[in-house]
Each structure stands twice: as structure tokens, then as C-alpha cells.
Design a protein around this ligand. Structure first.
Ligand SMILES: Cc1cc2nc3c(=O)[nH]c(=O)nc-3n(C[C@H](O)[C@H](O)[C@H](O)COP(=O)(O)O)c2cc1C
Length: 235
């Protein structure tokens, strides 16, 4: 069994609560009784613009050409393809940060091979990447679960094998006055650790199972083959 690469990505523009939680999850993942390389990536200080639908990625078949920190950031996350991926975000108005959303949107340039015929590069294969989400907000009713759901939706669109834990992922609260850190929320910290463990566990399953995938299954599951008629009509 080789080393498992587990990436934790914080979508906060700060080195704050999300960082504490994602690092906590990575530490827990690294305690798994298998070799884990834990990689932390923060969006703090990075400049990432939203997608403007310029169509260059579709028509010229290339990753996003906008000149900012998207390319280096996504390279740190996806190259090489991680065995586990944990994404954390602060809740901003009931959803993830605009910065993280911008990173998500720009990844459309990586997925064009799904939709554009004869596209030269296939999308990244994240089918064996175990993924989960973490969010932190001021309130228990301030949008933490909604934000986790939004992060999970992106992970699903990217083709990851998503998992929840203790409901749908790592929910945490910061004190509403903003004065204390999430460390004073023991349940939130525990949820982050549980998320890290669950991702390491699922990553281990996928990693080990890869050796036993039947020949031809990769082709069988490919998007492009779906247009072909079934050999036999079940009716
Ligand atoms: C622009 C903005 C919007 C926010 N919106 C919400 C919200 O809708 N719900 C909530 O519970 N907390 C909200 N918060 C609070 C943050 O989610 C909270 O302070 C979080 O712990 C910050 O995470 P960080 O330390 O990783 O940056 C908001 C904070 C900011 C700056």
C-alpha cells in the first residue's frame, strides 16, 4: 500500500477558524494507520477572479487563461490527484466565500472534456478521491449546513466520492461576538476530526479497491459510451 495524499483546502481569506478546522481534520487523517501525506492549501492572500464565460477553455481546449492564482492553486490541490480532499469554508451569507466560489467556477475549464465532443484532454479523474466538507459560521442557524451542502455539490460535480459524517460534514461555530476562535467549540473541533478520519478511511478503501477493479470497468463507466444504445431492451 503506497502513500495516500490527502489535501485540505481552506476557502477563507484569513488564517482563522477554517484553517484551524481543516488542519484539525488533516491531523486526524494523518493519524490513520496507513502512510498519509497531508497537504494544506489556503486561499488566504491569493487572488482568484470569477469565471467570465469567455469560452476560451471550450473553443481552444485549454485550462483557464485568466492570469491570477487559480492555476497554481488548483495545481497544488489536484496534482497529483489526491486520495482524499477536505474543503472548508467560513459561512458568508449562508454560503461559501466568493474566493472559494471563484476557484470552483474556474474549474469548468478542467471539465470541458465531459461536454465538448472530441475534446483532447479528459477531465481529472476524481472518482477515487474521497471527499468531505467543513464549514464554520457565527451561528448554529447561520448557514453552516447549507454551506457544507454547497461544497459537497461542487465536489460531486468534480466527480469525487463524497462522504458525510455526523450528518453531512464538519459543522462548527465561532462565538457570535467574533472574539473567540472555533477552538472554544469542542463539538465543532470534534466534527473536524471525525471528517478527517472518515476521509482517510474512505480514501483507504478506494485506494485498496483500485487494485481489484475489473478490467474494462473504466471504459464501461466512461461518459462518452452512454450514447450507445443498449444491447438489449429490458422490455
Ligand atoms: C462577509 C461575511 C459574511 C458572513 N456571513 C455569515 C453568515 O451568513 N452566517 C454565519 O453564521 N456567519 C457568517 N459570518 C461569520 C463567519 O462565518 C465566521 O466569522 C467564521 O468563523 C470566519 O471564518 P475564518 O476565521 O476562517 O475566516 C460572515 C462573516 C463575513 C466576513
Amino acid at each position: 500500500m503506497g502513500m495516500m495524499r490527502i489535501v485540505g483546502l481552506s476557502g477563507s481569506p484569513r488564517h482563522g477558524n477554517t484553517e484551524i478546522l481543516v488542519r484539525e481534520a488533516l491531523t486526524a487523517a494523518a493519524e490513520a494507520p496507513v502512510d498519509v501525506e497531508a497537504v494544506y492549501v489556503s486561499l488566504a492572500g491569493r487572488k482568484i477572479e470569477p469565471c467570465v464565460d469567455c469560452q476560451v477553455c471550450a473553443t481552444q481546449a485549454r485550462p483557464c487563461i485568466k492570469q491570477d492564482d487559480w492555476a497554481t492553486t488548483i495545481d497544488e490541490v489536484l496534482n497529483p490527484i489526491p486520495d482524499g480532499l477536505i474543503i472548508g469554508s467560513p459561512v458568508y451569507f449562508f454560503g461559501e466565500t466568493a474566493l472559494l466560489r471563484a476557484l470552483f467556477e474556474r474549474c469548468t475549464s478542467l471539465l470541458k472534456g465531459i461536454w465538448v465532443e472530441d475534446f483532447p484532454t479528459p477531465p481529472p479523474d476524481l472518482s477515487r478521491t474521497a471527499a468531505a466538507a467543513i464549514a464554520v459560521g457565527y451561528h448554529r442557524h447561520g448557514g453552516v449546513e447549507h454551506t457544507i451542502g454547497s461544497l459537497l455539490h461542487w465536489l460531486m460535480v468534480m466527480g469525487c466520492a463524497c462522504t458525510g459524517v455526523d450528518y453531512i460534514g464538519g459543522s462548527a461555530w465561532q462565538r457570535v461576538d467574533g472574539l473567540d476562535t472555533v477552538r472554544s467549540d469542542p463539538i465543532g473541533m470534534r466534527n473536524a476530526r471525525a471528517t478527517g478520519r472518515r476521509v482517510a478511511y474512505l480514501a483507504n478503501l478506494l485506494h485498496a479497491g483500485t487494485a481489484h477493479v475489473a478490467e474494462g470497468v473504466d471504459d464501461w463507466v466512461a461518459y462518452r459510451n452512454l450514447e450507445e444504445p443498449h444491447a438489449a431492451n429490458p422490455e
